[in-house]
Design a protein around this ligand. Structure first.
Ligand code: AQP
Length: 332
C-alpha cells in the first residue's frame, strides 16, 4: 500500500531557508513522488501567539504560493489550508480528551515561548499549551505513516505517536502510529547571527535569517556577515565552531555534498561564506521567479487550495467519524 505523508508550515512569518532545507525541498523532490502526500498551511497554529489577522491571511496565501513555486504539484499531492478542513479541530478536541495536561506542559516549545511571553509581561494563550494536540490531529486524521519535518518538531511527532497508541488501546484500533523523518543534512539550520538558535521565521531579529523571497544581494550580505568564531581553520564541529558548521551544512545541502568533506576544501572563512552565499542564491532563484508568476495569478492558488481542501476533507472525515463513535459519542 502507498504510504501516507502529512506535513505543514505555519504562517507565523516569511518562509526561511530553514523551512526550505528542513522540509519543503524534500516534500517536492521526494515525498510527493513516493507517496500519497498532504501538505498544509497550518494557519490555526499561527493563532497561538499574538498575531495580526491581516498578516496571518497574507502569510497564509504567501506560504501556499511558495509551496507551489517550490514545486509541489497539486496533481500529485494535496495542498490545502488547515482551517478549511473542520475535521482537524473536531479531532483535536477528541485527542485533548486523550492527552494529559502534564505531557503538554513538558513540551519544550511551550516552556520556551510561554517563558518569553511571561517575561515580556504578556499573557500566554491556552492554545499555546494545547496546539501540539491539534498538530497530532493534523497528522492522525489522515492515517499518516510519515511526517517529514526538521528536527525541532521531533517532540511533537512523538506526542502524536503516544496519543495514537493510547487512543487505540482504549477505544480500539483507529489511528496509524506515525513516525517523523528528517533530511540527512540541514535538519536544523541555525540563525546566522546566533548559531546556537534555530533559524525561525517568527524570530524578531531578521539579520541572521535568510528568507526565501530575499533578493540575491540581501542573501549575500546576510551570509557574508554570518557570525563565526575567532579561529581560522575550517572544521566541521557543531560544538566548537557552530557558525562554521552551520555554513558547511547549508552549503552541503545546496550542493548535495557532505559538510565534513567540504570542510577540507576551504582554507578561509571568507571563501566558504562566498560559496555558501552563491549556492543559496542559485538554489532559491527559480523559487523566487516562479513565486512572482504565481503571485500575479492569485485565482490559480485559491483554486488549488479549494480543491485541496475538498480532497483532504474526504480523506479525513471517515477516520474522524470513527474516532467520534469509538469514544462513545452518538453518530451524527
Ligand atoms: N531552522 C530550521 N531548520 C530545519 N528545519 C526547519 N523547519 C523550521 N525551521 C527549521 C521545519 O520547517 C517546517 C515548518 O516549520 P514551522 O512553520 O512549523 O516552524 P518555523 O518556521 O520554525 O516557524 P516559527 O513560528 O518561527 O516556529 P517556532 O514555533 O519554532 O518559533 C517544519 O518541518 C520545521 O521542522
Amino acid at each position: 500500500m502507498t504510504k501516507r505523508i502529512f506535513s505543514g508550515i505555519k504562517p507565523t512569518g516569511h518562509m526561511t531557508l530553514g523551512n526550505y532545507l528542513g522540509a519543503l525541498r524534500r516534500w517536492v523532490e521526494v515525498d510527493q513522488h513516493q507517496s500519497d502526500a498532504l501538505f498544509s498551511v497550518v494557519d490555526l497554529h499561527a493563532l497561538t501567539v499574538d498575531h495580526d489577522p491581516g498578516r496571518v491571511r497574507r502569510l497564509s496565501r504567501q506560504a501556499a504560493t511558495l509551496m507551489l513555486a517550490a514545486g509541489l504539484d497539486p496533481e500529485r499531492c494535496t495542498v490545502f489550508v488547515q482551517s478549511h478542513v473542520a475535521e482537524h479541530a473536531r479531532l483535536s478536541y477528541l485527542l485533548e480528551c486523550t492527552a494529559t495536561d502534564g505531557e503538554l506542559r513538558r513540551m519544550i516549545q511551550y516552556k520556551e515561548k510561554g517563558a518569553r511571553a511571561r517575561a515580556a509581561g504578556e499573557s500566554v494563550r491556552l492554545s499555546l499549551l494545547t496546539y501540539p494536540v491539534l498538530m497530532a490531529a493534523d497528522i492522525l486524521a489522515y492515517g499518516t505513516d510519515e511526517v517529514p519535518v526538521g528536527e525541532d518538531q521531533t517532540q511533537h511527532v512523538e506526542l502524536s505517536r503516544d496519543l495514537a497508541v493510547r487512543f487505540n488501546q482504549r477505544y480500539g484500533h483507529t489511528f496509524t502510529v506515525p513516525r517523523a523523518t528528517h533530511p540527512s543534512v540541514a535538519a536544523r539550520v541555525m540563525d546566522l547571527q546566533d548559531p546556537l538558535s534555530k533559524m525561525g521565521k517568527s524570530h524578531a531579529s531578521t539579520a541572521g535569517i535568510v528568507y526565501l523571497l530575499d533578493d540575491a544581494d540581501t542573501v549575500h550580505k546576510k551570509i557574508m556577515r554570518a557570525v563565526t568564531d575567532s579561529g581560522r581553520e575550517v572544521t566541521y564541529d557543531r560544538e566548537q565552531s557552530p557558525g562554521i558548521a552551520n555554513l558547511l551544512e547549508i552549503l552541503a545541502a545546496c550542493s548535495e555534498g557532505n559538510p565534513k568533506d567540504l570542510a577540507g576544501v576551504y582554507e578561509s572563512y571568507g571563501s566558504l561564506k562566498r560559496d555558501a552565499a552563491d549556492a543559496v542564491v542559485e538554489l532559491l532563484r527559480p523559487v523566487r521567479e516562479r513565486h512572482a508568476e504565481l503571485a500575479a495569478d492569485g485565482g490559480h492558488v485559491d483554486e488549488v487550495l479549494k480543491r485541496g481542501a475538498e480532497r483532504a476533507r474526504g480523506m479525513a472525515r471517515p477516520r474522524v467519524d470513527a474516532a467520534h463513535v469509538a469514544m462513545g459519542l452518538l453518530p451524527g
